[in-house]
Design a protein around this ligand. Structure first.
Ligand code: G4P
Length: 190
């Protein structure tokens, strides 16, 4: 998506070979005009996929997911990051370990917001090692719901997430794909 790639070129800062700072328009301050266009682009791409619900993970996925859900006329469910296993039958949970941040949490979804009839679109800001997306996939397996697609703003194609999701046969649509990075340098997939 040209607008997103242009914005990354203008304001994204490659801190090293692995981490891209985008806090002026995604992670801290949010460019709402760009997010609206992003939502519209996801809605257009996934319009014939039979999507019934949009899901994301708190916190940076929420902005693009809100706009995508709005453009699709669907509800959005925000998966929570709980630090402990919640006992009881009210929720589905899946453990996610983040390589980038060295954190671990229980991705949590209330059972009342998902059903086997659902066909879900998952939206997130980054695809790095795919751990959040894999947590989502496991939650959908537990819920018996179908996955209609995965929409990503920035994919770091040199990390393992993309291949992992491709190997599962999932439809992954990334708006900006970074082939490699280094301090001050970002190369996109053509
Ligand atoms: P993965 O889900 O693809 O495996 O990613 P990983 O665990 O490695 O990433 C953990 C967190 O770090 C995620 O945010 C992810 O969005 C973020 N992240 C990964 N690579 C980058 C990067 O190059 N730049 C930035 N800015 N963030 C990156 P999170 O912990 O869920 O945080 P948030 O959604 O609350 O912001």
């Amino acid at each position: 998506m040209k607008e997103l790639i242009d914005k990354i070129r203008a304001e994204g800062i490659a801190l090293n070979e692995e981490v891209l700072k985008v806090d002026s328009f995604i992670n801290h301050q949010v460019d709402t005009v760009l997010m609206d266009r992003i939502g519209e682009t996801f809605a257009e791409h996934f319009k014939n996929h039979g999507i019934t619900k949009v899901l994301t993970v708190e916190s940076s996925g929420i902005a693009p997911a809100v706009f995508a859900a709005k453009h699709m006329g669907l509800d959005l469910v925000v998966l929570k990051k709980s630090t402990s296993k919640i006992l009881g039958g009210e929720v589905y949970q899946s453990t996610v370990s983040s390589f980038t941040k060295g954190t671990r949490y229980e991705l949590t979804l209330a059972k009342k917001f998902i059903s086997p009839e659902d066909r879900v679109l998952f939206i997130d800001d980054f695809l790095a090692n795919g751990q959040a997306a894999m947590g989502f996939v496991q939650l959908m397996e537990k819920a018996g719901a179908k996955i209609g697609g995965i929409g990503i703003l920035i994919e770091k194609s040199f990390q393992s997430g993309r291949k992992m999701l491709d190997d599962l046969g999932l439809d992954v649509y990334s708006l900006a794909r970074i082939r490699k990075m280094n301090e001050g340098m970002i190369t996109f997939e053509s």
